[in-house]
Design a protein around this ligand. Structure first.
Ligand SMILES: C[S@@+](CC[C@H](N)C(=O)[O-])C[C@H]1O[C@@H](n2cnc3c(N)ncnc32)[C@H](O)[C@@H]1O
Length: 166
């Protein structure tokens, strides 16, 4: 379930545009997206990557845990959204349901003005469980209601949304 290389390359590019920025990834998986983000991040930027499955996240920590810019948090993204009290976020890469299919407003509210919001996997995939297409359709239909987000969808890679908090 790791992000594909084109998405990763874009994440690195966007992360490089935020020197000193605090970034979050919701859904660490085994760390592919985090490694792309860290590849682009400047030395003074910070990444928090949140994952509910410790076995998945252990793989990421084994490879990336030495990087002092990264913090790996083993918790549910909903709980993380409830408790986050750090600085406004320069970039959020949301790769699980909280902050994407629900609680979009809460996530966007944590971004700094000009902060970037990235989601992938918006184009149909053969691995999707039944009902997932309706979830994606609903997410895309409700995006215009988010008046503090200027977003663009792209039918590129796995299907992306890149937005800026306004
Ligand atoms: C698509 S994978 C992440 C891939 C990773 N972002 C990458 O680009 O390499 C989604 C991950 O989100 C995790 N996940 C699912 N629901 C979650 C939740 N509510 N909170 C945190 N992590 C969650 C899954 O365990 C899975 O490892």
């Amino acid at each position: 379930m790791s992000c594909e290389d084109r998405t990763g390359s874009l994440l690195a590019t966007l992360a490089a545009s935020k020197p000193g920025g605090h970034m979050v990834e919701l859904g660490t998986g085994v760390g592919a997206g985090a490694s792309w983000l860290l590849h682009g991040m400047r030395p003074d930027a910070r990444l928090t990557s949140v994952e509910t499955d410790p076995a998945h996240q252990a793989v990421a920590i084994a490879h990336l845990g030495h990087d002092a810019r990264a913090a790996f948090v083993a918790t549910d993204a909903d709980a993380w959204l409830d408790s986050y009290s750090g600085p406004p976020l320069a970039l959020a890469y949301v790769d699980c349901r909280p902050g994407k299919f629900h609680r979009l407003g809460d996530l966007i509210g944590l971004l700094e003005p000009g902060g970037l919001y990235v989601v992938d996997d918006l184009l149909p995939q053969s691995t999707w469980p039944s009902g997932h297409q309706a979830r994606v359709d609903d997410f895309l239909a409700r995006l215009p209601e988010q008046s503090n987000l200027l977003g663009t969808t792209a039918t590129w890679a796995s299907g992306l949304l890149i937005g800026t908090r306004i």
